[in-house]
Design a protein around this ligand. Structure first.
Ligand code: MRU
Length: 339
């Protein structure tokens, strides 16, 4: 399986596969400054925890290139603040920005900083790609022959530097001849499952059935599914994991059906500084995402909306966390031991 070209650094700009228009079109956008990249992150042209983090790492290079020479350090940090203000839940964003701040502090000059930060961003890109390969291998060891797997949202190559987290496991399971079919929840309201996961799996020739999110519980109870595999935006120290809204319902249904529920996440998604899922800030998104579809109004003008982008699955509902260091029991001891 070839990595998906989610993002690419070209001289002085970050080129992003525009995920807002998939699967209709495979368009690219070019970001030459932090404001353009921040807009791309907020509107989900680039999305998924590891991809947001790595894109932001390249965004720090743009900040170092474009910061005013009169007030270089302060203007660089102001630009990083714009990136950090885009989306609150995926810890990868903050993790990657912190690494770049540290690299910048070694020689905060306009002559040195852009190159130093670019090498560091490339390193993060390659580490993420390698992490996804290893997650795929560890995760596929958990699958039995003829497996039907259910996934939610998009935790694929589009959400990372190229192979994915949950989908890396599915790709490797498919390579080993273990996967029969994949159910992809459509993932309301932005349809990352229908638009992006199905696009990726079709591209790889893996049989995929897109279903409404509301079909997942009865499918699980029917005994059709051998494993649920999802990604995560932030795993707290006790193993509670934030992921796309609707993940918690899946975990509850999987527990009730006796189906293993796996979270695949690189260690860059672990947040040992946050004790439990209660400390994870959940992004609330706008009314427009629920209020219309395909140009049609869906809800009355007077109705308010509740549109959280993520929920938190408690550690006790997670069978195991698959990371690039191995398969872990959710919780501080096992997670801290691999950091
Ligand atoms: O709002 P999104 O599309 O950025 O949400 C993405 C998810 O919830 C993914 O499952 C998560 O980031 C893990 S990606 C490997």
């Amino acid at each position: 399986m070839e990595p998906i070209p989610t993002m690419e650094w070209t001289v002085g700009s970050l080129k992003l596969l525009d995920q807002r228009v998939l699967p209709d079109r495979e368009d690219y956008i070019e970001c030459t400054d932090v404001e353009q990249l921040a807009e791309a992150i907020v509107t989900l042209a680039v999305r998924g925890a590891p991809a947001i983090g790595i894109a932001a790492a390249y965004g720090c290079v743009l900040a170092a290139m474009n910061a005013s020479r009169n007030d270089y350090e302060a203007d660089f940090h102001r630009r990083l603040g714009v990136l950090a203000g885009t989306r609150p839940t995926a810890v990868n964003l903050f993790h990657c920005i912190e690494i770049q701040k540290d690299m910048f502090s070694r020689d905060p000059s306009p002559e040195a900083a852009p190159d130093t930060l670019l090498s560091s961003a490339h390193r993060m890109f390659h580490e993420d790609l390698e992490a996804s390969r290893r997650m795929g291998e560890f995760g596929a060891d958990l699958l039995k022959e003829g497996s039907t797997v259910l996934t939610h949202c998009n935790a694929g190559g589009l959400a990372t530097a190229g192979l994915g987290t949950a989908l890396a496991v599915i790709y490797e399971g498919w390579n080993r001849g273990l996967i029969e079919r994949v159910y992809a929840d459509e993932t309301r309201p932005l349809l990352q499952g229908a638009r992006l996961t199905a696009w990726e799996l079709c591209r790889a020739g893996i049989p995929v059935l897109v279903q409404p999110d509301s079909a997942a519980a009865s499918l699980l109870l029917s005994g059709e599914v051998d494993a649920v595999i999802v990604g995560s935006d932030r795993v707290a120290a006790n193993g509670d994991a934030a992921n796309k809204i609707g993940t918690l319902s899946l975990a509850l249904a999987a527990e009730s059906a006796g189906v293993p529920f796996y979270v695949a996440a690189p260690v860059t998604t672990f947040d040992i500084g946050t004790a439990t899922g209660a400390g994870i800030r959940i992004e609330q998104r706008g009314r427009e995402e629920l209020a219309s579809l395909g140009g049609k109004t869906l809800i009355p003008a007077d109705a308010l909306v509740h549109n959280p982008a993520f929920d938190v699955t408690p550690a006790e509902l997670i069978t195991a966390i698959i990371c690039e260091k191995g398969v872990l029991e959710p919780g501080r001891d096992s997670m801290a031991s691999v950091l």
